[in-house]
Design a binder for this molecule. Structure first.
Ligand code: ADP
Ligand code: MG
Length: 626
């Protein structure tokens, strides 16, 4: 090993750049953040070949004087903080004074800037950290930075860059996330001279959400508005019918800063638990505003990670606000009819189906063929086709087993009785049976074997999944029982001895109190034997012993975390619920609907699948080409 010496500036510059500037998207993030800090309300981005050939950011912000233009490239030169305490009252995105010198150390960079009152601007050219020129130049008010030859002197970094499409995808996604944080700013992105994204800068978050996710998806999102102890939470979350298979469609913004924070993501997951299937994630934009003093943004060179004091309280606020919003929203997924290209039939789309290859858009946006790029969230129509072909053609619809549900035969199916007009809103008291959840009044038409209950409601045809609906009902009943301690038990005429494996016996002993809280009555009989004397009243199945043993088997595979009780009760509800394939009487179907309407979260089963979907009269008219 050689002796200690202090590294020259060129080397320290490159080392520091390694932390801040990882790939083209890091350049974009730092430049755009500088433009926002400069007060710009228009920021335009031009990239070439995924940013590898060039990145230019134009802004109409406050600009810089000649002196500042050269000073900005000194390490730790910043206009945003003066001393360490300022970090705790930060209102800007930047503060480290590292981005411009870091970029300039690993590229060729030209910065042109003019302050609004000045006659001429100034242009500086730097390559590999060396100033090549600084001269007056014609310039509009604001700042333009052009970065080319990125990593020309760091071949290892250059080699590590991904394809043009991937790098462009990362850039567009980053810019879209920033655009969601700052809806008052007009953004645009051009790739190889082609517009791939733009936002209106109207200051309305929903407009920014529409620009990023599309108007139709934005109209399907629920607004969040909550606050507690100086923490303000706003934003939008998707209804459970719109989910993705990764968390990359969740944008979290804290004090105007787009951040990655695992705890906040966990709080969002917890809010959606039971509303969407496990392994699926919502689309969401959450803006959290806290006092700057509660925030430590200086834990990551790229300032993407933050630490928040009070984070437990904030996470709880997020969880409760979203959950409340989901509970109050009308969450019945519908079919959507969208015209496709010329000559193609209209496409039916079911809210719960995803288009697998689309998920890749997060990483690979096909830039060459998009004019106006949105984080794409369309669904495929595979599911509806299956329904069409295998369902309606092959299955018979059973009429109600008790006559008179709709009065005379004449009125059955007549427009007046089945459907109200298109722009019907849920005003009439009679059409809503649960005001809190906006649960519609539904009349049973019949059962569509093996699984569905067909009903007529205020907007058209509503279809229930009998198993999912019953699971929801039982889940809430078991949960109530569990939480209130008021078990409802049905005693067995003859107690049944349980023959359990050693492993299952251990589980039963360990969780005996949980089973008892759910309404099971178990007695110890000898050393290693239990007898079952009573079942929860809701477990009406004739095969309850085997179901009980199945439940214990399942328990051995469940994780013993905080979700254990939820998972156990979900499992029990699934076991106890009416199965697909079971024929139901009209009275039983009506009872399911009545009980479902009284649940807190009627529109999804505890696994997060829908209990109810609808096809509106308008959609039926469309299908029949009326
Ligand atoms: P930081 O943003 O952390 O202060 P940077 O290296 O990114 O550090 O920028 C250094 C300084 O250059 C900033 O503090 C700001 O004063 C100035 N600056 C950078 N970009 C712009 C811009 N687009 N408009 C006006 N001033 C800018
Ligand atoms: Mg900066």
């Amino acid at each position: 090993m050689s002796r200690i010496k202090i590294l020259d500036e060129m080397t320290t510059g490159q080392i520091a750049a390694g932390e801040v500037i990882e790939r083209p998207v890091s350049v974009v993030k730092e430049l755009v953040e500088n433009s926002l800090d400069a007060g710009a309300n228009q920021i335009f981005l031009d990239i070439n070949d995924g940013g590898k050939a060039g990145i230019t950011v134009y802004d109409n912000g406050c600009g810089m004087s000649q002196e500042e233009v050269s000073l900005a490239f000194c390490r730790h030169a910043t206009s945003k903080i003066f001393r360490a305490q300022d970090l705790y009252s930060l209102t800007t995105l930047g503060f480290r004074g590292e981005a411009l010198p870091s970029m300039a150390a690993v590229s060729r960079l030209v910065l042109k800037s003019k302050m609004p009152g000045e006659i001429a601007g100034h242009e500086i050219t730097i390559k590999g950290g060396k100033i090549l020129s600084l001269e007056p130049a014609g310039s509009p008010a604001g700042t333009t930075v052009k970065v080319t030859e990125l990593f020309y002197n760091v071949p290892a970094r250059r080699k590590y860059l991904k394809s043009r499409r991937t790098e462009t995808g990362l850039i567009v996604n980053m810019l879209q996330s920033i655009c969601l944080a700052r809806p008052e700013v007009r953004f645009s992105v051009k790739h190889n001279n082609k517009l791939v994204f733009k936002s209106p800068g109207s200051a309305r978050l929903l407009d920014a959400v529409s620009a990023v996710y599309g108007v139709e998806n934005a109209s399907e999102m629920l607004e969040i508005n909550a606050n507690h102890n100086d923490v303000i939470l706003t934003g939008y979350v998707s209804k459970p019918s719109l989910t993705r298979k990764s968390r990359s469609y969740i944008t979290v913004i804290v004090n105007g800063r787009y951040v990655k924070n695992k705890n906040i993501l966990n709080a969002i997951d917890a809010a959606f638990k039971g509303f969407i299937p496990s392994g699926r994630y919502p689309v969401a934009v959450l803006l959290i505003d806290v006092q700057p003093g509660l925030l430590d943004v200086n834990i990551h060179p790229a300032k993407m990670e933050i630490r928040i004091d009070n984070s437990n309280q904030i996470n709880e606020l997020i969880r409760c606000a979203i959950r409340e919003c989901l509970r109050n929203g009308v969450l019945i997924p519908g079919y959507k009819i969208r015209p496709q290209g010329a000559g193609q039939a209209a496409v039916l789309q079911l809210g719960y189906e995803e288009e697998k290859h689309r998920d890749k858009t997060k990483e690979q946006i096909p830039v060459s063929d998009i004019e106006y790029c949105q984080k794409s969230l369309n669904y495929s129509f595979k599911e509806s086709k299956k329904f069409d072909e295998q369902g309606l053609k092959q299955q018979t619809i059973y009429p109600p087993q008790v006559s008179g549900a709709f009065g005379s035969d004449d009125s059955f199916g007549s427009d007046d009785n089945l459907f109200l007009n298109d722009d019907h809103s849920f005003n009439d008291e009679n059409e809503i049976i649960n005001i809190k959840t906006n649960f519609p009044f539904l009349q049973v038409i019949g059962q569509l074997p093996p699984t569905y209950i067909l009903t007529a409601g205020p907007e058209g045809l509503y279809i229930l999944d009998q198993h999912a609906a019953h699971e929801r009902i039982l889940y809430e009943e078991f949960l109530n029982m569990f939480q209130s301690g008021h078990q409802q038990t049905q005693m067995l005429l003859t107690p049944v001895p349980l023959e359990l494996s050693y492993k299952n016996l251990t589980i039963l002993q360990e969780k005996l109190h949980v089973f008892e809280a759910l309404g099971f009555v178990l007695d110890k009989f000898g050393n290693d034997t239990y007898v079952l004397r009573g079942n929860p009243a809701h477990l009406t199945t004739s095969d309850s012993i085997n179901r009980f043993i199945d439940l214990i088997d399942d328990l051995s595979e469940m994780k013993q975390g905080e979700d254990f009780n939820h998972d156990l009760i979900t499992r029990l509800s699934c076991i106890a619920a009416v199965k697909s394939g079971e024929t139901m009487s009209l009275t039983a179907m009506e009872a399911i609907i009545e009980q479902l309407s009284r649940t807190l979260e009627p529109y999804t089963c505890p696994h997060g699948r829908p209990t109810l979907v609808k096809i509106t009269k308008r959609e039926l008219d469309h299908m029949f080409k009326r």
